[in-house]
Design a protein around this ligand. Structure first.
Ligand SMILES: [Zn+2]
Length: 105
């Protein structure tokens, strides 16, 4: 089945939106779980609810780390690639020959 370019872009947008929703909803549910089960009837050592709360805390910590690293990586790439892009556009694609400027001297 042949997909048009527009269909592919739409699919990419849907996947990106789904990922964004996951990055918002998963920590939110983890927080809600921790708040709801914070004052459970703990049986002490080996309590399954405490293990689940601990897992939720680890999930929150790791997702926070991933978000920070992704943000730093994206901003770093932008800082590196933006000057390179302008240099290439100015030097390579903006010379007199490409702009078709005639020098009469
Ligand atoms: Zn417990």
């Amino acid at each position: 089945m042949l997909q048009t370019n527009r269909t592919k872009q739409r699919k990419k947008r849907h996947i990106a939106l789904l990922l964004c929703i996951c990055f918002v909803v998963v920590p939110l549910f983890a927080e809600i779980f921790i708040v709801i089960h914070a004052d459970h009837a703990c049986i002490g050592n080996g309590c399954h609810r405490c293990e689940q709360i601990h897992d939720a805390l680890i999930l929150l910590e790791k997702m926070g780390t991933v978000i920070v690293y992704a943000f730093v990586a994206i901003m770093g790439l932008r800082v590196i690639l933006l000057p390179i892009k302008y240099i290439f556009i100015d030097i390579i694609f903006s010379n007199l020959i490409i702009l078709k400027i005639r020098m009469n001297n």
